[in-house]
Design a protein around this ligand. Structure first.
Ligand code: ZN
Length: 251
């Protein structure tokens, strides 16, 4: 004979009541959480300098802050805004006509004035690479030169920005950021008195030259998406590779 169980008449009602309470608690929690986020955002907006706030527009006069790198990378998604930031910072440049293909260059510029000149002159750079480079020169290189060496950097030597090649010049593997002019290799810094600070020669210097180079590398890591120097590997023993592509990397 089959067992007979008397159904509990109150159970469905209790379960419905419990579900309503759970839903109400979740809604209240959600509202409280977003109210807290909104309040913290408002406080941060008033209390923190703009270089730490990702929703504030990037400018060339802001010191390097917690949000500088993300803002510089984002500016590259809007070439018109990127060029406007450079122009507002007093940097003159010309636009490079776009090219197509795997090594096509788009939204690139060449500096004309407003920064320490590069040698060879006016390498093409994507706007976001140029923007990061301009910030680095203004907010990292020049202050470090004055602090450590007591004078300005008046020129920088480089090994190139644009080259249609794969990483490390290999026959196979990922395309280099240089293939789209989204990188530059800086090798030396020329000071006002004629002194040349070379990455290859002075990286290990324990004095002001070495301190200057390490500050320049560390500052690069807070602006460029990728900053690689002699500490990273032997391929970078004589230059800083500075690019605005891929995942953040510092070495
Ligand atoms: Zn490079």
């Amino acid at each position: 004979m089959a067992a007979y169980r008397v159904p509990h008449p109150r159970k469905p009602q209790i379960e419905r009541h419990s579900r309503r309470q759970t839903l109400a608690a979740r809604v209240v929690g959600f509202v409280l959480l977003w109210s807290l986020v909104g309040l913290m955002t408002l406080v941060a907006d008033r209390a923190l300098p703009r270089e730490h706030l990702p929703w504030k527009t990037l400018t060339m006069i802001d010191p390097v802050g917690a949000s500088t790198r993300i803002k510089a990378a984002r500016a590259g998604d809007d070439p018109a805004a990127c060029r406007a930031i450079l122009a507002q910072g007093g940097i003159e440049f010309s636009e490079v006509p776009p090219t197509a293909g795997e090594c096509g260059v788009r939204d690139a510029i060449q500096f004309k004035s407003g920064l320490a000149p590069l040698s060879p002159a006016a390498p093409p750079m994507t706007c976001k690479e140029a923007l990061a480079f301009g910030l680095w020169e203004r907010q990292v290189v020049q202050p470090a030169a004055f602090d450590e060496l007591g004078q300005a950097v008046v020129a920088m030597d480089h090994y190139g920005s644009y080259a249609c090649r794969r990483q490390y010049g290999k026959a196979e593997g990922p395309i280099s950021e240089h293939a789209t002019a989204n990188a530059i290799d800086v090798a030396a810094f020329r000071l006002a008195d004629g002194t040349v600070i070379s990455v290859a020669r002075d990286w290990a210097d324990p004095g002001p030259k070495g301190r200057f180079l390490r500050r320049v590398r560390d500052g690069g890591c807070r602006i460029f998406l990728t900053t690689l120097g002699p500490d990273y590997n032997a391929e970078h023993r004589d230059h800083f590779h500075l690019d605005m592509g891929g995942w953040p990397k510092c070495g």
